[in-house]
Ligand binder design. Structure first.
Ligand code: TUI
Length: 314
């Protein structure tokens, strides 16, 4: 059984976070992960505060274990959600796609553990100075909004730049990824794509099927021109978007092209117009199973790998 600093800090059994995937990570999925001993995280995405409050309450009705909320800082409702997590006494807040600096003091004063996603050393240092509780170092192998650096390169540099516990994210899909993350200096992992196949994950069946059928080269990054690069499955929509992006479509038209595409993928499974966010590990997702089983399975796989690692120096 592997325990780490993050387990102690948060009172969780396994150092496994479920990523706060917009439109996907609801109260039901988060509760299943937390109930399984990991940290389930509700995604606020672009949703209004009251949606997030409802999801927190749904999770609380399923589990009394700690849960987290991920605040997507580009959301027009970020301020509103920032207050709701305080009112609802959420145990952990993670943030993505920006600098959460203006909220950190209030969250810490409310007793919330604050764990920003960082994609650079500069942001890691700033968050450390502002009193963050831990950091998630997310490499560009992840699905959704991606930074420049890979997990292999980012995690050790973030570990060198901070004394806080570091959670590795991006490109982790099984126990080998967990073990490698610990080798890089992390004391926990966050996985998103792997949880898309969880029984409790309520995405459209055709989204799940696309993930289960994915192969190694199935994802691509679009959106660089508008400053928000996003990794998704290489579907018709992603190809069309890339063509428009490089073909000189005016920026406002390009913006409109992408609007609503996440919802269409998650709720309608729309293969033509949906944007199916996915990390590069999609090809490693092989079966549907309970979220709790995923948490336990990756940790059970990691343990013997880390034990065997000693053989290299014998
Ligand atoms: O946030 C994510 N992944 C996401 S957010 C999302 S929804 C979306 N909607 C519209 C446009 C774009 C995305 C889908 N997936 N991951 C966490 C993450 N945060 N990855 C990278 C970062 C990040 C990037 C820059 C964190 C901080 C940062 O700081 C820049 C600055 O200086 O403000």
């Amino acid at each position: 059984m592997m325990k780490s600093a993050i387990c102690e800090m948060l009172g969780i059994q396994y150092p496994v976070f479920q990523g706060g995937m917009a439109w996907i990570a609801d109260g039901k999925l988060a509760a299943a992960v937390s109930d399984g001993g990991g940290l389930g995280i509700i995604a606020a995405g672009n949703a209004p505060g009251e949606y997030v409050r409802t999801q927190i309450q749904i999770a609380r009705n399923i589990t009394d274990k700690p849960i987290g909320v991920n605040i997507m800082l580009l959301s027009p409702f970020a301020d509103e959600v920032a207050n709701i997590v305080i009112e609802e006494k959420v145990q952990v807040v993670t943030t993505g796609a920006g600098n959460p600096g203006k909220y950190i003091k209030d969250w810490l004063n409310a007793g919330i553990k604050v764990i920003p996603v960082v994609a650079s050393v500069a942001m890691a240092k700033l968050m450390t100075r502002l009193g963050a509780s831990a950091l998630i170092a997310e490499g560009g192998e992840s699905g959704g909004h991606v930074g420049e650096l890979t997990t292999m390169v980012l995690v050790p540099q973030i570990c060198d730049a901070t004394s806080l516990p570091v959670i590795a994210a991006g490109g982790i899909g099984d126990g080998r990824g967990v073990a490698a993350s610990f080798m890089l200096g992390a004391c926990g992992v966050q996985m998103g794509t792997r949880f898309l196949s969880a029984n409790e994950c309520t995405i459209h069946p055709s989204y799940k099927e696309k993930i289960l059928k994915a192969t190694d080269l199935c994802t691509m990054v679009t959106g660089k021109r508008l400053g928000h690069p996003v990794r998704s499955l290489r579907t018709q929509f992603a190809r069309d978007y890339a063509k428009a992006e490089f073909g000189g479509m005016p920026e406002e038209e390009l913006e409109a092209f992408g609007t609503g595409a996440l919802r269409l993928a998650v709720q309608e499974g729309d293969s033509q117009k949906g944007c199916f966010l996915s990390g590069q590990i999609a090809a490693m997702v092989k079966k549907e199973q309970p979220a709790a089983e995923i948490v336990k399975e990756v940790m059970d796989e990691a343990e013997p790998i880390l034990r065997r690692a000693a053989q290299w120096v014998e």
